[in-house]
Ligand binder design. Structure first.
Ligand SMILES: Cc1cc2nc3c(=O)[nH]c(=O)nc-3n(C[C@H](O)[C@H](O)[C@H](O)COP(=O)(O)OP(=O)(O)OC[C@H]3O[C@@H](n4cnc5c(N)ncnc54)[C@H](O)[C@@H]3O)c2cc1C
Length: 433
């Protein structure tokens, strides 16, 4: 038994960790013998309890990290589910291929990216991770094996993409990579003064820019922030020097993110980015994954950890609901250090429980101050519910069941595909088992 946390470090409960190394032996290791359910655990980059199962089994997938086959004529890559997105990017980008969709960290496994159907900065163009998966090999705890894809057992595919690890263990996947001219991007950084300006920028960028994202200063309810957009640079081919990452060396006794540091940080960040405003060229790693430069940055929040809260709100009420959330945050005094605002495109997600849907998504981090933080999150829930939005399960550790049920209308359909030998803290909290 080992203490295991997720990225938010809200708990450190003991788990019976079962490392998986041999894809041909997975069925034996996960077979429900003891009646004790388990759950897959990749890199633990989910913030809340979706990959946690206190006192139960965790099937650690990072040992299943082989690339099995690559077809250079089609760009199809077959790999084991514990392969890291970082390793795929670093191996294939110099060879002219890249992952079509990646989240804001590349320290994520293929299995984790499928199970949360993760999205990136190009959702408006390419949808989410599951849109690029051609095939999945799934093993259930009763020993059965299911092959599925967009046109093979497609109902199993729709349950497993974004299925929070609850339909079985993904052992292998085939991903359609995308041709790329190289590792560099042409970028533009634009300060905005309020939410109307943000939405104008987002709308006008959708046609001509592949990647868009913004940082929003939620210490002021004006909605000011910095908009960043990028396209592949077709000319620069030079291989980048990959700088080694730094590491947050210890867990400070109190959160370094607090009322004394938040305002000056947001002020300094805004002014630094304003100074950098305009056109530039960036390597894809710092542009797509800025936080990966400081390993274990989550320790900054101290021993009590932190909550991440990510919502998506339909576009017709997106501006008002975002404004209302900013007001609540300002009123509460619980500012967020890393607030990201972005629009999703109109593509409906494949997965029955996939998070992305057309609208605007706001991601916020809050140090865990117990009841005070919970009260704020409850108020944000009310805004999300009223606006007919939903909360991202990959980031969640506390949403109420009724908000989950209201946000995910295909939940009842999904339940038919659950594996009875799999359970997580999140599934017990939101699905009752
Ligand atoms: C800095 C940072 C930035 C992020 N940015 C984004 C972003 O921009 N967009 C976004 O969508 N997400 C983002 N995330 C969240 C992250 O991408 C997801 O939580 C992702 O699923 C984590 O993958 P993991 O390998 O760490 O999986 P874990 O967190 O270990 O597990 C996640 C889920 O996948 C399941 N799972 C893992 N492996 C398998 C398998 N082989 N078979 C079946 N189920 C499996 C687990 O049971 C669990 O339900 C970010 C996270 C961080 C820390």
């Amino acid at each position: 038994m080992k203490p295991i946390s997720s990225w938010g470090r809200l708990s450190h409960d003991h788990h019976h960790v079962i490392p998986l190394h041999d894809r041909h032996n997975v069925a034996n290791l996960i077979k429900a013998k003891s009646g004790q359910p388990g759950i897959a655990y990749g890199m633990g980059r989910s913030y809340g309890d979706v990959a946690l199962n206190p006192n139960g089994s965790l099937w650690l997938t990072t040992g299943l990290n082989h690339l099995i086959h690559f077809d250079a004529s089609t760009g199809r890559l077959r790999c084991e589910s514990g392969a890291l997105l970082r390793d795929i990017q670093r191996l294939f980008i110099p060879r002219g291929w890249m992952l079509p969709v990646t989240p804001g960290t590349q320290m994520v496994t293929v299995g984790g990216a499928i199970a949360n159907d993760v999205h990136g900065k190009n959702h408006h163009l390419l949808g989410s991770f599951g849109d690029h998966i051609q095939h999945i090999r799934l093993i259930r705890t009763d020993g059965t094996e299911i092959e599925c894809g967009p046109s093979l057992n497609s109902e199993w595919f729709a349950a497993t993409v974004g299925g929070l690890g609850l339909t079985g263990l993904i052992v292998e996947a085939e991903i359609q990579l995308r041709p790329t001219s190289g590792p560099w991007l042409d970028t533009e950084t634009i300060p905005y003064a309020n939410l109307s300006e943000f939405f104008e920028l987002a709308d006008s960028s959708e046609m001509d820019w592949e990647h868009t994202v913004s940082w929003i200063d939620c210490m002021s309810n004006k909605g000011q922030g910095i908009f960043m957009r990028a396209n592949p640079n077709e000319d620069l081919k030079e291989a980048p020097k990959i700088k080694s990452e730094k590491k947050m060396p210890f867990v400070p006794p109190i959160s370094l993110v607090n009322s004394l540091t938040l305002r000056p940080f947001n002020f300094a960040y805004r002014n630094f980015q304003k100074y950098k405003a305009g056109f530039g060229i960036a390597h894809y790693e710092p542009f797509f994954y800025p936080l990966d430069k400081l390993l274990e940055w989550n320790r900054m929040y101290g021993p009590k950890g932190f909550y991440q809260y990510q919502s998506v709100i339909p576009r017709n009420v997106g501006q008002d609901a975002t404004q209302a959330m900013l007001k609540e945050i300002e009123k509460s005094g619980e500012g967020s250090f890393l607030a990201v605002l972005k629009t999703f495109g109109n593509k409906e997600s494949i997965g029955m429980l996939s998070f992305p849907k057309p609208g605007v998504t706001l991601a916020l981090d809050f140090p865990n101050h117990g009841l005070r933080t919970h009260k704020l999150l409850d108020r944000l829930d009310a805004i999300v519910k009223e606006a007919k939005g939903r909360i991202y399960a990959a980031k969640d550790a506390r949403m109420p069941r009724e908000l989950f049920e209201a946000g995910y209308p295909k939940l009842n359909e999904f339940i038919k595909y659950r594996d009875a030998g799999i359970s997580s803290s999140l599934s017990r909290r939101l699905l009752g088992s």
